[in-house]
Design a binder for this molecule. Sequence first.
Ligand code: BGC
Length: 248
Amino acid sequence: MEILGIDIGGSGIKGAPVDTKQGTMVADRYRIPTPHGAKPHDVAEVVGRIAKHFDWKGPIGAGFPAVIQGGVARTAANVDKGWIGTHAEDLLSNATGCPVRVLNDADVAGIGEMRFGAGSGRQGVVFIITIGTGLGTAVFTNGVLVPNTELGHIEMDCQDAEWQAADSARQREGLKWREWAVRFDRYLNRLHDLFWPDLFILGGGASKKMEKFADILTVPTELVPAQLLNEAGIIGAAVAAESLVPDL
Ligand code: BGC
């Protein structure tokens, strides 16, 4: 079964057709920079261009950086506030002429990692943390997703944890990897103390640099880098849209 997976991010919107049984992209991914401000109709227009690029006529899955309930965006931490209350699935269906499933971006990356990557076959409580502009979290218990956990926004030192420990904080403050990692480690220890996960999977851009800071981390939880890296969002989004196909 091939489904078009789309990863909507702060800097780029990327898509590729995915074989959801194999967990592989079946064509080169196509990327268009996110329109300035990431307003709903501008983003939808870009998603429409990506579908057109692949001459796509089938189901589409998309990951979006917000809480998504029943296809509706409920938050907008790092995108235009006009998304709040927008029916993202209807908007993107209209833009592409295809049925679309939209889920939170960290949730779809987690779905990809659990099915085909570092979480494959793992039972217990698994946290996927995506480290980018935002801090995204996806929580699985015995392989089942608890959707829309927004644990990047827990309080740390009277501030939003994301503001201190996302990759955007490292860039904004010009921190060395090891300086940033001290903060990120405090964040992981907070999650450990509150949830006692069995496994942390680190995804997003920063996870590719893990060799630069892994020795700083003191959290006692087993911790591994994501395996699908750039592709987790696209592959997971496609897998999440399998439910649009009735006979699968
Ligand atoms: C948002 C989450 C999102 C994460 C990663 C956070 O700021 O609140 O919904 O998953 O960023 O993009």
